[in-house]
Design a protein around this ligand. Structure first.
Ligand code: SF4
Length: 469
């Protein structure tokens, strides 16, 4: 997906920018970038690094001296090299995006036909952030240009523009990805994750609405475009992507995870000795489940944090499997002879869960029960570049549906309906395949209740196939 941070201040911005961007590291794994603007020197400075082998801070800390100025933007990206710096009739600006463009080929051909060109070819492909910048400069002003992006792209796009007059923050028109505004004396910041703020002394000022555009200057916020009424924020943010201390739309990630586990624990008839979480995103749910069920929470698997401090998802599947295995260490002392119940965020391909379950039995667990924070993922995500489910057949559910029906697209609505015979069959096949004593998924109703927003404001497409395109 990717995450960004931008700040504009009466004082130098570099320290806040560096740490604020770093606090978005769990949202992307490929590239990191920062750009600052120095108004005295009228100078943009930019740097981009590959993060596939090491972390953002390691890559950038030796070159912090070269950045100067009071405003800057940074990104941890799963896609292109960013920020892009453009000189245009709108003035000079740098841009970072959290975006997925489904119709990139069509838009690229149109722009080429209009005699525009692409300079930043990353891995031989068009850089989607550059394409977005070219769509912006088709407008008479920034707002018109950003609306051009909203109207033209299929997918989603939130962005920060570092201009010679402050930072413009624009949230995706459906609000699928968030932007939170922070404030402190003499400075404003915009971030994908509000967890960037507390240690840098920012308070949450506001959550941008869908399609809302604001300009941040050190002494205030100016609304340039009102938010749209309809919203489709990604519900998976609370399940998987989000950092526990983050809030979107005022709803805290850890609270939502805890509540979804609590509700499940209160109604689950399982007989188990303890509840445990698969680190990191299964832990909040497991704590809630333990409380709801009235069983102890145990840490029967621990993550090796000294060298695996974040979710690291290399692009090659074999490497991903290796990473998934190496970063989690089972604790035989807490597993031997026990009936353990593990909470996890979701099941995508199922490879990781299969390995984890095998390890639990190998370590002497008597029974293994799995509880999943969300409903089965039936539909691939077309909106935000949820990297783990690029195509339908990568999903274990669709592979099983293909086996059962001879066609991975048949009866999807039935398989997505909790309690239907097709749903029960699907869950049971997954359970058997992993050798589990029991397997349950949270219902969509419980997930939506735990998030605490009306369902019509949430994107739940990957669970039930609904949503606005
Ligand atoms: S399809 Fe799923 S992952 Fe994609 S935006 Fe919607 S809820 Fe989020």
């Amino acid at each position: 997906m990717g995450g960004f941070f931008g700040t504009v201040s009466k004082a130098g911005c570099v320290t806040d920018l560096f740490y604020g961007t770093d606090y978005n590291s769990h949202l992307g794994t490929r590239r990191g970038g920062m750009a600052t603007y120095d108004a005295e020197k009228k100078l943009f400075t930019r740097s981009i690094h590959n993060l596939e082998s090491t972390y953002f801070r390691t890559k950038f800390e030796d070159e912090l001296d070269k950045f100067t100025g009071n405003s800057g933007i940074g990104i941890i990206s799963d896609t292109d090299a960013q920020p892009i710096i453009i000189n245009s009739h709108l003035g000079r600006f740098a841009i970072v995006t959290v975006a997925k463009i489904q119709n990139i080929d069509e838009l690229e051909n149109e722009l080429l036909a209009q005699n525009m060109h692409f300079a930043e070819l990353s891995s031989g492909k068009t850089n989607q952030t550059e394409l977005i910048a070219l769509l912006i400069i088709q407008g008479k002003n920034f707002v018109e240009g950003i609306e051009n992006v909203y109207n033209r792209i299929k997918g989603s796009c939130s962005m920060l523009l570092l201009t010679e007059d402050g930072i413009i923050a624009a949230r995706d028109k459906w609000g699928r990805t968030p932007i939170v505004i922070g404030r402190k004396d003499g400075a404003y910041a915009a971030s994908s994750e509000s967890s960037s703020f507390p240690n840098l002394d920012y308070e949450i000022d506001s959550y941008l609405g869908p399609g809302e555009i604001v300009r941040m200057r050190p002494d205030g916020l100016e609304q340039l475009r009102k938010p749209n009424e309809q919203m489709q924020i990604c519900s998976f943010l609370w399940v998987y992507y989000g950092f526990p201390t983050s809030c979107y739309e005022g709803r805290n990630v850890e609270e939502v995870r805890f509540l979804s586990g609590l509700k499940m624990g209160q109604t689950d008839a399982s007989e188990v000795d303890c509840a445990c979480g698969i680190p990191d995103s299964g832990v909040g749910m497991a704590l809630g489940y333990a409380e709801g069920k009235g069983v102890p929470y145990h840490r029967a698997i621990a993550k090796y944090t000294p060298t695996w401090p974040r979710s690291f998802t290399p692009s090659r599947q074999e490497l991903r499997n290796l990473v998934a295995k190496m970063k989690l260490i089972p604790n035989r002392a807490m597993l031997q002879g026990k009936r353990v119940l593990f909470c996890d965020d979701s099941i995508v391909r199922g490879t990781q869960l299969r390995d984890n379950v095998k390890v639990l039995f190998d370590c002497g667990a008597r029974e293994v029960h799995i509880r999943i924070a969300c409903p089965p993922l039936i539909y691939a995500c077309p909106f935000i570049g949820f990297t783990a489910s690029r195509s339908d057949l990568e999903l274990i559910t669709r592979r099983i549906i293909k086996e059962l029906e001879g066609d991975e697209n048949k009866n999807l609505e039935k398989y997505a309906t909790t309690g239907s015979p097709e749903y029960e069959k699907l869950v049971d096949v997954i359970r058997q395949r992993f050798g589990l004593n029991s397997l349950k998924f949270n219902t969509l109703e419980t997930l939506v209740e735990s998030i605490g927003l009306p369902k019509c404001k949430l994107c739940t497409h990957c669970f039930d196939g609904t949503g606005c395109f």
